[in-house]
Design a protein around this ligand. Sequence first.
Ligand code: GTP
Ligand code: MG
Length: 608
Amino acid sequence: MKKIIRNEKIRNIAIIAHVDHGKTTLVDAMFRQSGLFRPGLEVDERIMDSMDLERERGITIAAKNCSVKWNGVKINIIDTPGHADFGGEVERALSMADGAILLVDASEGPLPQTRFVLKKTFEKGLKVVVVINKIDRKDARPEQILDEIYDLFIDLDADDEQLDFPYLYAIGRQGIAKKTLAEKRDDLHLLFETILNEIPAPGYDPEEPFQMLVSDLGYSDYLGRLAIGRIFNGKAEFHDTMVCINDKVEHLPLKISKLQVYDGMNLKEVDAAEPGDIVVLSGIEDVKIGDTICTREYPKPLKRITVDEPTISMEFTINTSPLSGKEGKIVQSAKIRERLIKETLKNVAVRLEQTEDRERFIVKGRGEFQMAILIETMRREGFELSVGRPKVIYKHSIGTMLEPIEKLFVDCDADFFGVVTEKLSIRKGRLTHLVNNGRGRVRAEFSIPSRSLIGYRDEFLTDTKGTGIMNTLFEGYEAFRGYFPTRFTGSIVSDRQGNSVAYALYHLEPRGRIFIVPGEPVYEGMIIGEHNKAVDISANPSKEKKLTNIRAAGKDESIVCSPVKPMTLERAINFIKDDEMVEVTPQSIRLHKRVLSLKKRKNKNGVN
Ligand SMILES: Nc1nc2c(ncn2[C@@H]2O[C@H](COP(=O)(O)OP(=O)(O)OP(=O)(O)O)[C@@H](O)[C@H]2O)c(=O)[nH]1
Ligand SMILES: [Mg+2]
């Protein structure tokens, strides 16, 4: 019988929830109350959301580690993202944890990603502490939500022990957690105590030598590559020699050049690290997430981290527009390739496929939002590139084509439900569940192909006047449900290179929705607007008013173009059709036909 000892000085927890249920804000409060900041110190909100894009968008994108101390016990915390597209981060984070805090918004209740993350913790056999958060909300209904959480546990086949989950009510933003709603409390002490009492301390086998599972990678200019992960067995000391077992079961030698552990949001150098702790180890460059670092004498790999397969793919190419190289500093395919490989190392849910064409790459991931974030990050780093429309990944089984299917949860005003159902049925969605509470709002569940949802969110918000809520949950693969058009409109395409002028754009307005403003550079094949009809039309956006001897061209003050909604990256990739691409540079987002020349496009389509 194996003897398992528990390191009572440590707890490892992941904070998991649906998007926006308050994970990162709760970590702030845990920091404050564990004495990490000196009293009176001004600290930013959501301090763990340290990436620029996280701060701008107010969401967590990558799971991150930190730690707090409570009563002499170190609690390693992993804050995870709640957006479904970053689900791979949750799976990675759970590989370091012995338990999870499941936050559920006291008004919204369990939502699709609550189910996803809870299911993942069950698969790993982790202990769960439920926190019903934001009970200060005016529309909070905490008791009802507790029932809904029970239902979710039952639905996920929780056993009796799991069903007996500990739970607390909280206002994360004010740093309050309590056992009952009536109780008066103004701190999180109960949460800390519950973690210490309920989440098992990390267990290890004292007979086993050092073993660490690499769950994250970092980089430091001084130390090079950093391998981050939990020590499953044994101890490590500075200068120890070890091996790293990779996915090909090769043993790569290494010497620990530095050992660090989490201390609040920072890292602290240590001479030795204990079993159960989460460490940051330097001394090896060629390491990947999922590798095991262990001793040379007893090299035993741990089970590699597995995450769900990607569901969508997107084409990335060099920027082929005539304006290429004018706005970004990195344009070469070799650099794009290098950058994408780097992404796959750090981001477990992203895969890269090379194509025969050296300038074309297929990037696979969990959703178009994840792709948009990657592209946005690259353009900020100075890259120029072109990307195609996100496509779902099909599978084939005994002669049938299978496609990814999602559960779509819709909550909207009954008045808008008709138009929503109509749009979804065109997209091959099937209504599976409907609750009309009679108070004006409808809750419905659809089974729908993933491809139908690409770009649908914007339309849904327009159709429900911004008041609808939609959430999705990946369900699995089913037989292909048939084709339907992705867009019912065509594009207005520039027929030449030049600069757009107000006169031309103004006269194009009746034909559709214009994307550009006067003075913008245009080129042949560039999409300058959405045509009202299903076909593409060519136009000359730089056409000046005919010169007369009274007034100079382009100076017609009476012309005022309608305001143009700036094209965002997400809108652009959702808008384009298969024969169109988005040109991305640090300064601009332009849309263009894959084939720029009008003549070549006509020949290709067999017209002419
Ligand atoms: N009313 C109320 N709002 C809260 C509370 N805690 C957090 N919020 C708000 O909820 C929003 C989301 O908070 P975050 O902490 O970013 O949520 P999150 O779960 O980390 O979000 P993701 O990481 O993107 O999934 C913010 O606007 C917070 O201010 C709370 O206790 N009560
Ligand atoms: Mg967060």
